[in-house]
Design a protein around this ligand. Structure first.
Ligand code: IVH
Length: 668
């Protein structure tokens, strides 16, 4: 056997072991043996670059090369499913199907509704050639390089499997619970923002520009829909078995149901049992099994008539409230937090839940020692949704009374009229407020001083090195490198990134100041309108209200911020440190009001710029990008492969249809 043949053989062996390990969870070789084969293949591939294959098992580790995602049109639109939330709606669906089939008997296939993001995989000649996200259903992002790193997705199908030369298979990409927990633990340790749930984590991961990162995170994929000509099997269930034979991971929970009662039993079973599954699920999907019957039922504009999703109620758990603690944020807002006995909920252990504000606590007449019901929504922090008052032992707990003074600095709290939150008014000396403002200032979307983590800020703050953001610019190497210069390397990095931040553009400096209610978008709008801090500082309420997206609340907050003498002093010091206090010439030149007052819909695939770039261009020239066409739309920016429905609607409503070239000329 020559080396090329050996490469071929090793690849087949490794694909096979990979399937046994990641799909069937039944390996027949040890990890060492697997690694040994892999290393041999890597060595041989290095000797034979001419044998490169993107679908080789060695490619599953991804690469550090940054990839850009191309937008590609789906060959067949990716529909979604109609949702139901109770048995009556399921029963309605069942009877609608029966009617649609004119009383003909039918079976349905019940499967889990995986809570990840949908993916469409294309195979040609038994090899993965393209993987595309759902996007807007008509077009999505080509994420093939990233998907190749998902170990449970076969890159090459087994010979003689009977697969057609070309087909598509759809399913869900997920980050299993244990990998999700590990990832968030790592991010917490590194002071990075946490992912709220596995779906967000999976989506963020799949859109990562670095496929090596994707490979490390441990995504998984469950497949549930085969499309194309020549696929064996005339029922959905059979086709899933077929997909499993070809090496795909299909949900092992899938069942054929023969009656409405069967469906209810399936729902009842998985409503509780799903907490044992390795991945997040948010419902079940009910599909008419027979493909001929599916075709005869057909589709609506958005979803098939032959399938429906039943969504589970959010999971709840009961536990005991032990203590209420209070957190003071950067704005001085005081948030009460419930500290409870640990309880398992939707895959994680929960110890704390937000109590929002005083009214929220009152609405439950909350007592310490109460048996509280917690629920996990889409956020990281769970919430309390009820109290089991029957279990209350009146003799023990006392009603929770909101604190009157700041737990951090002792100042008396205030509650402004019309607001639910309590505030600590001591914004010039309350430590978490001072620290919070510094953390906000250095954050990625603000000044991006990324070498400083929250712990370092905390340390500098405690030792008195910094009290406000202007102090950052006075830090000297000798102060932070350690007595024996043992931290010199990291200290240099810190000094450098503080130095670099002087070039951060004005709009981000404005955001970094942390003026209440002035988020990224408002800061951008203000910077572009007023063009300099000097102009903004002297702006009147009327002028501020002229700015797109600025209302009375933001205007008031801006005026108050600039009126404060301490802030004026801070600004002066930052100015002396050389921060950008006006838009630079490039930014001024890149902006215009050529599209002022125009609303523009983007559709199709483009060649000169990506959709996101067109979106940015529209904004930069004063226009507004919107998603759907209406009588008010000024232009439809039409690319290739645009959906016929949009085109027709635009024509009917008399909206001007322009090409990329027309558009670029307009803003030239
Ligand atoms: S079938 C035409 N099956 O739910 C039918 N979808 O709103 C296509 N999903 O976008 C979907 N688990 O991302 C189907 N077992 C399952 C599913 C599933 C999760 C997702 C999918 C889709 C959304 C439907």
């Amino acid at each position: 056997m020559n080396q090329l043949q050996e490469i071929d053989q090793l690849r087949q062996q490794l694909h096979h072991h990979n399937h046994l390990y990641y799909v069937l969870h039944a390996p027949v070789v040890t990890d060492q043996e697997f690694d040994h084969l892999m290393h041999r293949l890597q060595d041989l591939e290095a000797l034979h670059p001419e044998a490169f294959d993107p679908n080789s098992p060695t490619q599953r580790v991804g690469s550090d090369l940054s990839n850009e995602f191309q937008t590609v049109a789906h060959r067949r639109p990716m529909l979604s499913l109609a949702n139901t939330y109770n048995r009556e709606e399921v029963s309605d669906f069942y009877h609608r199907v029966s009617e649609g089939l004119q009383g003909e008997p039918f079976e349905v296939c019940c499967e889990m509704k995986y809570d990840g993001l949908s993916i469409s995989l294309h195979y040609e000649g038994g090899r993965l050639v393209r993987a595309v996200t759902r996007g807007d259903g008509t077009q999505g992002d080509d994420v093939t390089d990233n998907v190749r790193t998902i170990r449970s997705i076969p890159l090459v199908l087994p010979e003689g499997g009977g697969w057609p030369d070309e087909f598509e298979i759809r399913g869900e990409v997920l980050l299993p619970w244990d990998n999700f927990e590990r990832l968030n633990a790592q991010r917490q340790a590194a002071g990075e923002p946490l992912f709220a749930n596995p779906r967000n984590a999976a989506s963020g991961t799949l859109k990562s520009k670095n496929s090596a990162v994707v490979a490390q995170r441990g995504l998984d994929a469950y497949l549930y829909y085969l499309l194309g000509d020549g696929i064996p099997g005339e029922s959905h269930y059979e086709r899933l078995q077929t997909a499993a034979r070809w090496g795909f991971k299909v949900g092992p929970q899938t069942r054929l149901c023969h009656s409405l009662q069967d469906i209810y039993d399936y729902i009842d079973h998985w409503d509780t049992e799903r907490s044992q599954l390795p991945v997040a699920t948010d419902g079940i999907v009910i599909k008419v099994d027979n493909l001929r019957q599916q075709r005869s039922l057909g589709l609506t504009a958005k979803s098939p008539r032959w399938a429906i999703a039943y969504k589970f109620q959010a999971e709840q758990a009961e536990t005991i409230l032990r203590l209420v603690s209070y957190q003071v944020g950067r704005t001085g807002a005081v948030t009460p937090v419930a500290n409870m006995d640990p309880v398992q909920l939707a895959g994680t252990t929960v110890r704390r839940a937000t109590l929002n504000n005083e009214d929220f606590i009152r609405s439950f007449d909350l007592h310490l020692g109460d048996h509280v019901l917690v629920e996990k929504g889409g956020e990281i922090i769970p919430k309390i949704v009820g109290v089991n008052t029957d279990a209350r032992d009146e003799s023990l707990g006392e009603p929770v009374a909101f604190i009157t003074h700041c737990p951090e600095c002792g100042a008396q709290l205030v509650r402004y009229e019309g607001e639910a939150a309590h505030y600590c008014p001591n914004d010039t000396a309350c430590p978490p407020q001072l620290k919070g403002r510094i953390e906000h200032f250095i954050s990625r979307k603000a000044m991006n001083i990324d070498s400083l983590g929250p712990e370092t800020v905390d340390q500098y703050f405690r030792t008195g090195l910094i009290r406000d953001v202007a102090d950052l610019y006075d830090i000297r190497l000798a102060q932070i490198a350690g007595a024996n210069r043992e931290r010199e390397k990291s200290a240099r990095k810190i000094i450098q990134s503080i130095e670099d931040s002087r070039q951060v553009p004005f709009e981000r400096v404005l955001y970094a100041l942390g003026i209440r209610f002035v988020g990224e978008i408002a800061a951008k709008a203000l910077a572009r309108y007023f063009k300099s801090v000097d102009a903004l500082q002297t702006a009147t309420t009327e002028q501020l209200l002229q700015v797109n997206g600025i209302g009375a609340v933001i205007a008031q907050s801006v005026i108050a911020w600039f009126a404060n003498v301490q802030n004026q002093w801070l600004l002066e010091r930052l100015r002396q440190h050389g921060l950008q206090f006006e838009l630079n010439d490039d930014e001024l030149a890149a902006h215009s009001d050529r599209l002022q007052g125009k609303t523009i819909v983007i559709s199709g695939v483009f060649t000169h710029h990506s959709r996101d770039e067109y979106k940015a261009l529209i904004e930069r020239h004063g226009g507004k990008n919107v998603g759907s066409i209406s009588g008010k739309t000024s232009y439809l920016l039409a690319g290739a492969n645009m959906g016929p429905a949009k085109l027709e609607k635009a024509q009917k409503l008399g909206v001007s249809i322009i090409s990329e070239e027309d558009f670029l000329q307009m803003i030239e």
